[in-house]
Design a protein around this ligand. Structure first.
Ligand code: AHR
Length: 327
């Protein structure tokens, strides 16, 4: 991931003059006005998970707190809708565009359009695989490969000193999305060092609870002995728990479960020992994003990569953290 975004992205993009005004909470609405407020066009992936809901709230609240005029557009999980929204932001001459790309590939043409229009772009949460890193100013978000490695490290420790085969099923996120690709890569990097670990089935659950449940039902029907479930987010893990219980098995005991995110529902299941370990991925990117928006609007230099600080949770740690959990 770091490699993809490592090249320096210096130099000022010509910022759009404040032709656009305020109003509108949708990428499709027109602009008007003419005050000094910064206008930010933000294209969100959708509302697929508890994480995403918390991320949207964080962005909307931070924009309001900073007096930034937010034009928010929900892509409902579709890349073409995100491209459409970005084009609409360009037409409206917003000051800054930010988005969380639903998938990694296919962004160069629309990013070039933004660059040609002199509108700086900030990536949040997920990266793109564009070779031309001058197409965006910075990327704010987690290291998803690292998250996958943390999941693998916990598993390696849990089964240390044991030699029996460990059958793992994996619920992947949205196909082509950076967190799905990278969390798989990081996890595999760790477990491949010990031949007793075997991923016996791996399919997408699209980061959604219902889809996670359905895919887990398929795993339970087709795989004889499942020892471990690795789910790329809490929501899919929570859906899988329903499927496991419906099959008469005890989640967290008969099948050990590792997930990523640490949203409240996930943490509650962890505190009840239905999940065994959660790798945190923070959705609270709003305040940092708004600071970046102000800086790029003022043509100030910003780091090309800003990493989110994250931890991991065991059931005991979840119990302690839950009363103050914000999302
Ligand atoms: O990109 C972040 C991921 O997207 C979160 O882990 C997942 O829950 C969300 O849908």
């Amino acid at each position: 991931m770091l490699k993809k975004i490592s090249a320096a992205m210096v130099g000022g993009l010509l910022l759009a003059s404040t032709l656009a005004g305020c109003g509108g909470d949708d990428g499709g609405s027109g602009s008007g006005g003419g005050d000094d407020k910064i206008t930010l066009g933000f294209s969100q992936v959708g509302a697929e998970s508890g994480w995403r809901t918390a991320n949207t709230k964080s962005i909307q609240e931070a924009a309001a707190a900073e007096g930034i005029d937010l034009k928010f557009s929900d892509a409902q999980g579709k890349q073409e809708k995100q491209i459409e929204a970005i084009r609409s932001f360009i037409t409206q001459r917003v000051d800054v565009i930010a988005f969380s790309p639903v998938v990694e590939s296919g962004w160069d043409p629309v990013l070039k359009e933004a660059k040609d229009a002199g509108i700086p772009v900030i990536l949040t949460d997920r990266a793109v695989d564009s070779k031309d890193t001058s197409l965006y100013k910075t990327f704010l978000g987690s290291d998803f490969v690292e998250e996958g490695k943390k999941a693998g490290d916990w598993l390696a420790k849990e089964y240390q000193g044991k030699s029996d085969p460990v059958n793992i099923v994996e619920l992947q996120g949205t196909p082509g999305a950076a967190p799905a690709i990278d969390r798989k890569t990081g996890f595999e990097e760790v477990i491949k060092t010990d031949p007793k670990f075997k991923i016996v089935a791996s399919q997408t659950g699209k980061f959604e609870r219902t889809s996670g449940k359905q895919t887990m039902e398929t795993f339970l029907q087709s795989v004889k002995d499942i020892d471990v479930l690795y789910a790329h987010n809490d929501d899919m893990g929570l859906g899988a728990i329903e499927a496991i219980e419906a099959a008469g098995k005890k989640p967290g005991t008969d099948i050990k479960i590792i997930t990523v995110d640490a949203v409240k529902d996930g943490m509650t299941a962890l505190s009840e020992n239905k999940i065994n370990f959660i790798v945190e991925c923070s959705p609270l990117l709003g305040p940092q994003l708004m600071q970046l928006v102000k800086k790029v609007k003022n043509s100030e230099e910003v780091p090309t990569r800003i990493l989110t600080e994250e931890t991991t949770f065991t059931p005991e740690q979840a119990k302690a953290a839950l009363p103050d959990r914000k999302y």
